[in-house]
Design a protein around this ligand. Sequence first.
Ligand SMILES: [Zn+2]
Ligand SMILES: [Zn+2]
Length: 269
Amino acid sequence: MSAPLYEIFALRYAHLAERNQGSNLIFPDDHEAPMPLDFFVWVIKGANEEAGGRVIMLDTGFDAESAARRNRSWIRSPIAALSSIGVKPEDVQDVVLSHLHWDHAGHWHELPNAKFHVQDAEMEYATGRCMCHGPMRLPFDVEQVCTAVRFVYAERVKFHNGTGEIAPGVHVHKVGGHSKGQQILTVPTARGNVVLASDAAHFWHNIRRRSPFVLLHSLQDMIEGWVLCEELADSPDHIIPGHDPEVTRRFPKLPTDENTVLLHMNPSA
Ligand SMILES: [Zn+2]
Ligand SMILES: [Zn+2]
């Protein structure tokens, strides 16, 4: 019997051009150097019999209204983008929330059959005492957090505390750092074990230069999270950062959709 293998698709759905190192990094090398952000959700599809017909989504993105309010360039709905890879919203069985920041945690009602996987620490953080303080609640959206609580009451949330299995060979690992309950996802593919870091590393620059993004809960946990990403991934190119436009540039794309990126294929150098 062989091991389960998956395909991974990054669906790019928004962009933020007007950012530089000075606005993204605590310790910029060059304050004025441009450092735009892309916004993605990720879809993991079973690619062999051992993986079954699994369809897993990592993060759910934000909506057009939030994009306008927070001044992001909207490309498409991340849920509508599923059709580019032949996935219907009702096909998604599991949704992993890397964390509950506003740009990762919308659209839950549009995924009618999904179970939502969240770390204990993230739900506690997003609903607890830290949200009394402006700088800590800034990246959260209270309506999204209220939806998450409603889904807990509807028994559609699966909590994790540390490492957990989502599907054969696919695991979450709690890292904390950027948000208190930040988790990463490891996925076996034909090119090796890929780590979907989401905001555990916004850019390859963060992890390779040990240069933290400005928003964080714990610098120690963030740095130790980078070490864990490196241990779990088969190479530095197997770690996929959460907001890096280089991902869109370096990996092959669907011939029919330049905003759908194939992460189970090898990147260019
Ligand atoms: Zn975040
Ligand atoms: Zn983010």
